[in-house]
Design a protein around this ligand. Structure first.
Ligand code: MCN
Ligand code: MOS
Length: 763
């Protein structure tokens, strides 16, 4: 069990909700005190290395493992011929097919980089060497490796993602000013610092997995179902994670392989997914293309939006990267039509990457709005302010809170937008063309149930305990702040224990839903613990405060005293000592009070069954952002640098503004990478990801990042969460790429409509 101790460092004025404390686990991470999944000590360890397919499509005719098996140190080679004895697990929503075996390795190959075998040896080096000796022959079929390959076809419409109101085609045709354009985004990857992998260990029929996880309970369920075990027999341990960005939310096939090998061999297995294999062992963001047609009156009132988008998916599963996710809610428009298709190609199924759907969607609509502003000869800020929606036109519901107008106005003020000269190529500094652009973003408030436990120990220390995880967002820190405030103890008195599926159930750290959910559970448990302490202080025959009478006791600064202040105060350890108690333990969840029995919350945190979308209540709830960007484009070389940025956000109440600012900046930095650098390149001859490494798949470095000013314009939103916060983790990336693309147009007069904006597209 890893305990993280709260500390008031940095310039934290106070440890309550809203305080600017620094991350408690940060120092452990940078000094090497934090143990990661591949570092857990285990005796008699076996190391596994994956073997991956080298063709895009076809069948394995033979796998010759003789040389690999004869290589030094090798203890096993698993191929599609081995029945691993697994059953198919439920999907995210908890749906599970009946009696369907699961084979992680198959003879059918549907993408280049698909795992087809694994070699296990006494050392990592021996396993890697033997993996090179596995000889595979294939019967190849023609593969399709890109959305743009004519053989990929038009794919199929995801009917459930369509949105239509008014008569968009007619209103578009009748609009005096119209623009239409196509926008494209390439395949993008998570490239978290910590690569994937795990250590799997069996003791009898108890399976422990040290594996980085954004959702310990959901992943534990998958392993339990694969291996036919009761849920309580599986334990996922994940106290520290070196970034996930959406890639570590679910158990993946190599995890099943490692655990199956460990069971067969009767020894713990460590399987490290190599950096190149991290590009194909799970999906990044799908490539997208989308066409937007906008119609407006001459004075810039939007009349119609017609939106047609598509994203690539695998040939074995439909995963939409929904280009229409943000379009319906950013502007007021009476006539709207949006449709999204998925186009199967030979790739691993794409997955969620920070701001899924909203991200490419905002790229499309926010570039199109800029193009409309140019067509209208209107300032793009003015056009945006003119078309702010008074409600959610898609659901018809009122906004819970929406401070987009304030974000635009305050952001513009801080940036100095009014000094912009409108014409493209009209601002320069020597040979550098200067451009200013705007892009707006949004991310839904998603709510899910969670559970938490508060333990007050005899020494007065308070433990906050939950299976929730912290991959760097600040969960440890905000939970200590939440408990400190609700309980009335100094934050330094708090220890936090997270990242273990044996602990109370938690929402996924995904969809920016964790903070709102788990602070709610901790707040509830801490209030209940405080009530219990005060009740014991009054009612217990051993209590020194017994004579004080009801309703006048308070707990603050870790001491119990009367509201009248007489008789001094009693520190928590003295109360527990007097009562003869080792611990006071309180567990609470955020389910309705009539659903507290185990049967009622079955599945509440092991599936997505009880997750609520942004319009499931009486309101439409979202976070909002407006980004203002300055770029400098070298006239001779076509290089683009982001030189200045101001971003204003409405994310409701901020539990810890320092964490939030860091989340926003982190998202923005990923957005800069998306706009200028990131692009998964595929070799069309064999479907291979060519730049599957951190040298060739470019992400921003410090030198690429300017000063980024972030501003909060939100107010508490108590429809969104118990403490009034909205989601923060993903909204930062949404809207950045279009702001940069629009700034590049302003600088150069050239409209680049496919990301990334690299120099050859500008020269
Ligand atoms: N927070 C706050 N006040 C709020 C909301 C959030 O102070 N009103 C702060 C808290 O520090 C909280 C953090 O922001 O821990 C993120 O909260 P939230 O928006 O609820 O997001 P989650 O906790 O669910 O985290 C997941 C989210 C997602 S989906 C991706 S993708 C992502 C992200 O967080 N991946 C990250 N941020 C990341 N940050 C790091 N360092 N690494 C990743 O992999
Ligand atoms: Mo975030 S992409 O929802 O894990």
């Amino acid at each position: 069990m890893t305990i993280v101790t709260a500390r008031k460092h940095g310039n934290a004025a106070d440890g309550a909700v809203g305080g600017r404390l620094s991350r408690f686990e940060g120092q452990m991470k940078v000094t090497g005190a934090a143990t990661y999944a591949l570092e857990y000590p285990a005796e008699n360890l076996v190391h596994g290395v994956l073997v991956q397919a080298t063709i895009a499509s076809g069948r394995i005719v033979s796998i010759d493992t003789a040389a690999a098996e004869a290589a030094p140190g090798v203890v096993a080679v698993l191929t599609p011929k081995d029945d691993l004895g697994l059953m198919t697990a439920s999907d995210w929503h908890g749906n599970r097919p009946d009696d369907t075996p699961y084979q992680p390795f198959t003879e059918e190959v549907v993408y280049n980089g698909q795992s087809i075998a694994a070699v296990f040896a006494a050392s990592r080096e021996q396993a890697a060497e033997a993996a090179r000796l596995v000889r595979v022959t294939y019967e190849e079929k023609p593969g399709v490796s890109s959305l743009d390959d004519p053989r990929a076809g038009e794919g199929k419409v995801m009917e459930n993602l369509n949105a239509d109101w008014g008569d968009a085609e007619a209103a578009l045709a009748a609009s005096p000013v119209r623009i239409e354009a196509e926008y494209r985004t390439p395949r993008e990857y998570h490239v978290a610092m910590e690569p994937h992998g795990l250590t799997a260990h069996w003791e009898g029929d108890q399976l422990t997995l040290w594996e980085p996880s954004q959702w310990t309970h959901g992943m534990a369920r998958s392993y339990a179902e694969w291996f036919g075990l009761p849920l309580e027999n599986v334990r996922i341990v994940s106290p520290f994670i070196g970034g996930g960005f959406g890639s570590k939310g679910g158990a993946l096939s190599y995890g099943a392989v490692a655990a199956a090998a460990a069971r067969r061999l009767g020894r713990p297995v460590r399987l490290a997914v190599t950096r190149p294999q991290n590009f194909t062992s799970y999906g990044g963001r799908a490539a997208t293309r989308q066409t937007l047609a906008l119609g407006a009156t001459k004075d810039g009132i939007l009349q119609a939006i017609v939106h047609r988008g598509a994203s690539e998916t695998s040939v074995y599963m439909d995963y939409p990267e929904q280009t229409g996710a943000a379009t319906p809610i950013l502007y007021k428009v009476e006539n709207f039509s949006s449709q999204h298709r998925v186009v199967p190609v030979n790739t691993v199924t794409p997955g969620a990457l920070r701001g899924p759907g909203k991200n490419p969607s905002a790229y499309g609509i926010e570039c199109a709005i800029d193009e409309l502003a140019v067509a209208l000869n209107m300032d793009p800020l003015e056009l945006r302010l003119k078309n702010q929606p008074d409600r959610d036109y898609q659901s018809g519901k009122p906004w819970s809170t929406r401070h987009m107008r304030e974000a635009l106005v305050k952001g513009a003020e801080a940036f100095g937008w009014s000094k912009r000269s409108a014409a493209p190529r009209s601002m320069r500094d020597g040979r550098q063309l200067i451009g200013w652009g705007i892009g707006c973003g949004t991310f839904p408030v998603i709510r899910a149930p969670s559970e938490a436990m508060i333990r007050i120990r005899a020494n007065g220390r308070v433990e906050v305990v939950s299976g929730a995880i912290d991959m760097g967002q600040g969960t440890y820190t905000i939970l200590a702040q939440t408990a400190a405030e609700a309980l009335g103890v100094p934050v330094e008195q708090i220890d936090i224990v997270l990242g273990d599926s044996n602990l109370p159930g938690s929402a996924i750290a995904g969809g920016s839903m964790l903070a709102g959910s788990i602070t709610g559970a901790v707040h509830k448990a801490a209030l209940a613990a405080r009530d219990e302490v005060l009740a014991l202080a009054i009612n217990d025959p051993q209590s020194p405060l017994r004579e004080t009478g009801a309703n006048i006791l308070t707990l603050s600064d870790g001491r119990i005293s009367t509201t009248r202040g007489e008789g001094g105060s009693l520190p928590l350890p003295e109360l527990l000592a007097a009562l003869g108690r080792d611990v006071i333990e309180v567990r609470r969840n955020t389910l309705p009070d009539d659903a507290q029995s185990a049967a009622d919350h079955k599945g509440a945190w092991t599936s997505m069954a009880r997750v609520q979308g942004p319009t499931m209540g009486d309101h439409s709830m979202h976070s909002w952002s407006a980004h203002f960007v300055e770029v400098r484009v070298d006239e001779d070389f076509g290089t683009v640098r982001v030189s200045r940025m101001v971003s204003a956000f409405d994310c409701g109440r901020l539990y810890n503004p320092k964490m939030v600012e860091s989340q926003w900046r982190g998202g923005i930095i990923m957005g800069i990478g998306q706009a200028l650098l990131e692009e998964g390149l595929v070799d069309n001859r064999n479907g291979r990801t060519v730049n599957a490494n951190m040298a060739d798949y470019l992400v921003p470095t410090n030198a690429d990042i300017p000063d980024i000013q972030v501003i909060s314009v939100g107010e508490p939103d108590y429809n969104a969460s118990a403490l009034g916060g909205k989601g923060v983790g993903e909204v930062g990336i949404v809207g950045v790429a279009p702001a940069i693309a629009n700034a590049v147009f302003h600088a150069t007069g050239k409209r680049v409509r496919d990301l990334p904006i690299t120099l050859e597209k500008l020269i």
